[in-house]
Design a protein around this ligand. Structure first.
Ligand SMILES: Nc1ncnc2c1ncn2[C@@H]1O[C@H](COP(=O)(O)OP(=O)(O)OP(=O)(O)O)[C@@H](O)[C@H]1O
Ligand SMILES: [Mg+2]
Length: 487
């Protein structure tokens, strides 16, 4: 559902273009008055103009005329007569009377043909514009990691506020989505990116997933942290300086590209206790006209110029919606029809953290939900971490040894995800074991799809990673005492 249905692409209906196409035709001769009647909000215009600029022929009127001329040529393929009228009237600038004489028509006939021809021209332009917009959206989307959700709940306000910040010309240049693990920062950034793409506000879009540990002060000093970030960016926007060039050269080039071409860059997981604020200050310098959308578990302190948005837990109503939706998508028929009261019981025990909710719902496939909820309520602590710990422990016990083997080896995979071949190598599983295991772990929200449509890979949520690394041995020991935990 992340496609064009929930995020429609803004296009033009032929009627919307009709009068403007007429006005643009009438202004054909006004080559030196580059304002008004230019069709310059069309992507067709913007792309042609960018090409013309490179050839130093950047007059907006020249570009508009070029668009019209191409469209008239297309019209000629359907009806030479209609195209002919437009050429006489606007390209040659002949009066009605003269056009009528040349074409051997009455003046009324010319008028009527002209009206029809403009209507057809608007239809051609609207069609081409819509085709180009869909093409560009899908080109950009094929470079993004797949969304981890099929629908989002409770994000209307966040989407509204942040989309405005992203689209407005003079709004903030660096925007941070803040919140605890699993609360939906990455999902929200993904939805914002996909919506922004459909407004054609930026020329280029980049999604960068970073491993926050790489930037930690214990590993690198501030200067190297910035060079590392520049390096990761350069790989996508300026590959010529991603290799062996001096740090200054790389920084200068990255900055230049971002200053010349408006990019929207998402940096997912920009959070190290030591350097988050410092890195964000660097982003400020690189931004404008490009913008950065950052997700972080850490609030960058003292950065007044950053637009920060804190994501909180979902409320009871949105939680109920998410429960039913997720249950349906993984085939949990009973929970998919949970009443509000039943959903409320889950909300009371788990709260409104989407990741925690998804995992609890998956657990209900193998365990009575009342037992799970009782078990969670035993964790008499408001700490989310303790709650997660319990949920992960439960999830671990619910999966098969083959699935455990695969999950346990996942932390060996890079942050950006591993290919199927890599998963096979690290787990040692055969094809016939690997596929069902991946499937089941994806269903349980323990494995996520990463990479891009053409280059798919698999990874684990960062919370899953940290719980696997810190707790796994203990869980193995607890395994024998499974029953005790259900008390
Ligand atoms: N509002 C929502 N509606 C439906 N699903 C959601 C919502 N928010 C998050 N999710 C889902 O919950 C899971 C966790 O969300 P996400 O990965 O975005 O969290 P996060 O805040 O980025 O966590 P982390 O800090 O660990 O990176 C994902 O599978 C995501 O698709
Ligand atoms: Mg995230």
């Amino acid at each position: 559902m992340t496609g064009d249905k929930i995020f429609p692409i803004k296009t033009f209906a032929p009627e919307e273009l009709h009068d403007r196409v007429h006005a643009a035709l009438r202004a054909w001769e006004k080559v030196h008055t580059d304002f008004g009647d230019l069709l310059d909000d069309l992507l067709l215009f913007r792309e042609a103009y960018a090409v013309n600029s490179a050839d130093m022929e950047a007059l907006p009127r020249v570009t508009t005329n070029q668009l019209l001329r191409d469209a008239i040529d297309r019209l000629a393929e359907q009806s030479e007569g209609h195209a002919e009228v437009l050429r006489h009237r606007f390209v040659e600038g002949h009066k009605l009377r003269r056009t009528a004489a040349i074409m051997n028509w009455t003046i009324d006939q010319v008028r009527k043909r002209q009206r029809d021809a403009i209507e057809q021209l608007a239809t051609i332009l609207a069609y081409d514009e819509s085709y180009l917009r869909h093409l560009r959206v899908h080109e950009v989307e094929s470079t993004l990691p797949p969304s981890t959700y099929t629908d989002l709940f409770g994000f209307d306000e966040a989407l509204g506020v942040l989309l405005e910040e992203l689209l407005l010309q003079d709004a903030s240049w660096v925007i941070a989505i803040m919140g605890i693990g699993g609360i939906g920062k990455t999902a929200l950034a993904d939805a914002l990116m996909r919506r922004t793409i459909r407004h054609f506000r930026f020329d280029e879009y980049v999604w960068l997933r970073v491993d926050p540990n790489d930037f930690d002060q214990e590993r690198v000093d501030f200067e190297s942290a910035i060079d590392l970030l520049a390096h990761r960016l350069a790989e996508q926007i300026a590959p010529e300086v991603a290799g062996n060039v001096s740090m200054n050269e790389r920084l200068a080039r990255v900055r230049q590209v971002l200053k010349e071409t408006p990019h929207l860059i998402v940096i997912d997981n920009l959070e190290t206790r030591s350097s988050t604020a410092y890195l964000m200050r660097q982003l400020q310098d690189w931004a404008n006209p490009s913008k950065f959308l950052v997700t972080t578990r850490i609030r960058p302190i003292g950065e007044a110029s950053i637009f920060g948005y804190t994501l909180d837990e979902l409320d009871a109503r949105d939680t109920a919606e998410l429960i039913r939706h997720h249950a349906l998508s993984i085939g949990q028929k009973d929970l998919a029809q949970a009443t509000d009261d039943q959903a409320m019981r889950i909300y009371d025990a788990v709260g409104g953290n989407p990741l925690a909710l998804k995992m609890v719902i998956s657990l209900a496939a193998t365990m009575p939900i009342s037992l799970i909820l009782n078990d969670l309520q035993l964790v008499h602590t408001p700490e989310v971490e303790a709650l997660y710990n319990r949920i992960y422990q439960r999830a671990w016990m619910a999966i098969t040894p083959t699935q455990r083997l695969l999950l346990q080896s996942m932390p060996l995979i890079a942050e950006t995800g591993g290919t199927l071949t890599q998963l096979k190598a690290i787990s040692g599983l055969a094809d016939h074991e690997l596929w069902p295991a991946i499937n089941e772990l994806v269903n349980r929200s323990l494995i996520e799809l990463r990479g891009t449509t053409w280059n798919q890979s698999y990874g684990i949520h960062r919370l899953t990673g940290s719980f696997l690394q810190t707790n796994i041995n203990r869980w193995e020991d607890d395994d024998d005492e499974d029953e005790d935990l259900l008390v």
